[in-house]
Ligand binder design. Structure first.
Ligand code: SF4
Ligand code: SF4
Length: 117
């Protein structure tokens, strides 16, 4: 990760087919048990190598619904391990790629939409 789907989600499914890494699951398959869509941080690439901007956000009709999260890497391992938003299992902190142009300030805020200008 990467990106996170918030409770603004209206479960329209528009993002599911657009994700090049199959990282988005519906509420029923959310490993946390929460009734909301979920992005697997271990496989989300922020669309690096596939698109110029996150394809999920581009497809999403809901403003502010999909936001930046911290890079999914060793340096931020505790963020993902100590957060009820995630269930990581054996995938914890596998140093997934992330976009360096996104500031840590924006990522930490938790409410900056994953748009690339
Ligand atoms: S940013 Fe890209 S890889 Fe990550 S969940 Fe969205 S569409 Fe999938
Ligand atoms: S496109 Fe946006 S509103 Fe629709 S399911 Fe995905 S995150 Fe939710």
């Amino acid at each position: 990760m990467s990106v996170r789907i918030t409770d603004l989600c209206i479960e329209c499914d528009a993002c599911l087919a657009e994700c090049p890494t199959g990282s988005i699951v519906e509420s029923d398959d959310n490993p946390t048990g929460e009734d909301m869509y979920y992005v697997n941080p271990a496989t989300c690439t922020e669309c690096i190598g596939d698109h110029d901007t996150p394809a999920c956000q581009a497809a999403c009709p809901t403003d502010g619904c999909i936001v930046w999260d911290l890079p999914y890497d060793e340096a931020n391992k505790s963020h993902f391990e100590d957060n009820d938003v995630y269930v990581l299992g054996d995938d914890a902190a596998n140093n997934q790629v992330s976009r360096p142009e996104i500031s840590m300030e924006d990522r930490k805020s938790g409410d900056v939409e994953c748009v690339i200008e």
